[in-house]
Design a binder for this molecule. Structure first.
Ligand code: ZN
Length: 439
């Protein structure tokens, strides 16, 4: 998985400059070059989420500044290689790659909210993301499943069973570098219509750069498909939940939460396929705590695939499930991550199987595209994550399993609820479910 996507974008621009120099062998090509560089620097390439993408580039500039010289060298070297290959017709202009990551459930049980609250009552969830932030920011598109509604402090902050999160979690998600927040979950209506409306208003006013999936503010918006554009490639993102824990959708907003209903799903995927180059479906589905894929998940996967979806990343079981390719019989293949587990949680559960809820995955997919707009999955995998629980203020955090050692595992508070948690337990679980796909 490549990390410095900014580098790639800069390379494409440099190549354009050089192309002009070669093709216009006279002095005013330099003037033209200067004009184009001014134009390009102010040009917004992205249609749907231009603000989000521009911000992302700015953020990446900040991150890359720490290794600026290294990045510059890499650019020049890559340019030389690409130019060489281009002369030998090995690289087609307009080709490139796009990295996508997604993490699972942000499931804010009460001890997490307490850990992230300052003495004067302010919520700050930065600590939860600080050990995975580089991976999140490096992606062209970063998605997250926001399991609980963000209804804000005025509705009262609560954990299980009827959750409500403070706005601070949204600020932390935005700061961490997520671009798309999936909100179609079974907890979307835990605080009824007020929770929903507060949540949508919050995103719109505080973080208009974030794309909210799975919720709608108006009936008109219901038929819109989210299309995220990167380097001119259009990626559709669809998000549905199997239900809302038996709570009826508001009578005057029956379209407010995207439900996994066949008629909707088929219509949306077809529309996505007509308007985008690649379609991602994020279903909130499956059976809680089941490490196995259900018949229901297989039935939906078949339907997604037959209608043309390309990638599925599932959430809700709170544990990890297998990753596999599904085929529709006519040669179309779709990659499915059935469940990427929790990103963060502090269950009150005790005993066998509880450790499984501490292991999650960061799905990583790299798309390749050519100048004809053909998009393919070039590479995929998953980074194993561990949720670290601590009673210390701001002590709850999520680590890449490769960065998590035995001594840290010994200090994880989950050990007071289940005796079997260890680093090796997490490794064994990943091996069992993901085989050699994980890192
Ligand atoms: Zn759920």
């Amino acid at each position: 998985m490549k990390k410095n996507k900014l580098t790639k974008k800069i390379i494409n621009r440099n190549m354009l400059f050089y192309k002009i120099i070669f093709e216009n062998n006279c002095t005013y090509s330099l003037i033209l070059l200067l004009l184009i560089s001014v134009f390009l620097s102010s040009c917004k390439n992205y249609t749907h989420n231009n603000i989000a993408q521009e911000n992302k580039i700015e953020v990446k500039n900040e991150i890359n500044s720490g290794v600026k010289s290294e990045v510059k060298v890499k650019e020049e070297n890559e340019y030389d290689n690409k130019e060489e290959k281009r002369e030998n017709n090995e690289v087609t202009d307009g080709s490139g790659d796009i990295s996508i990551i997604m993490v699972g459930d942000i499931l804010l049980h009460s001890p997490i909210n307490r850990s992230c609250m300052s003495d004067d009552g302010e919520y700050d969830y930065t600590s939860i993301f600080e050990n995975t932030i580089e991976e999140i920011k490096a992606a062209d598109i970063a998605l997250v499943n926001q399991e609980v509604i963000i209804g804000g402090e005025e509705l009262g902050v609560t954990g299980y069973p009827a959750f409500n999160a403070p706005y601070g979690i949204g600020d932390a998600l935005a700061d961490a570098g997520f671009d798309v927040v999936c909100h179609a979950t079974n907890h979307a209506l835990d605080r009824g219509k007020r929770g929903l409306v507060n949540c949508m208003d919050y995103w719109e006013t505080s973080h208009p750069e974030i794309t909210v999936a799975g919720l709608h503010e108006s009936a008109d918006e219901k038929d819109d498909i989210i299309i995220y554009e990167v380097n001119g490639i259009k990626i559709a993102i669809l998000n549905y939940t199997y239900g809302t824990n038996g709570i009826e959708l508001p009578a005057d907003m029956p379209w407010s939460v995207e439900l996994l209903r066949e008629e909707n799903v088929v219509k949306d995927i077809k529309k996505a396929e007509e308007n985008a180059d690649f379609t991602i479906v994020c279903p909130h589905w499956g059976t809680e705590y089941s490490l196995d894929v259900t018949q229901e998940q297989r039935k939906w996967s078949k339907l997604f695939c037959e209608n043309g979806a390309d990638l599925v990343i599932g959430t809700h079981p709170h544990v990890i499930e297998p990753i596999e390719w599904v085929e529709d019989g006519s040669g179309h293949r779709m990659l499915v991550y059935y469940s990427i587990g929790n990103y963060v949680n502090w269950t009150s559960g005790k005993g066998t199987g509880i450790s499984n809820r501490m292991v999650g995955g960061m799905a990583k997919v790299e798309l390749g595209y050519d100048n004809n707009g053909n998009v393919t999955i070039n590479d995929y995998g998953v980074d194993a994550l561990v949720c670290h629980l601590s009673k210390e203020k701001y002590g709850v955090s999520v680590y890449l399993l490769r960065d998590y050692d035995d001594s840290m595992a010994c200090e994880n508070e989950i050990r007071s609820q289940t005796g079997d948690f260890s680093r090796q337990y997490c490794v064994d679980l990943c091996n069992r479910i993901w085989g050699d796909t994980w890192e």
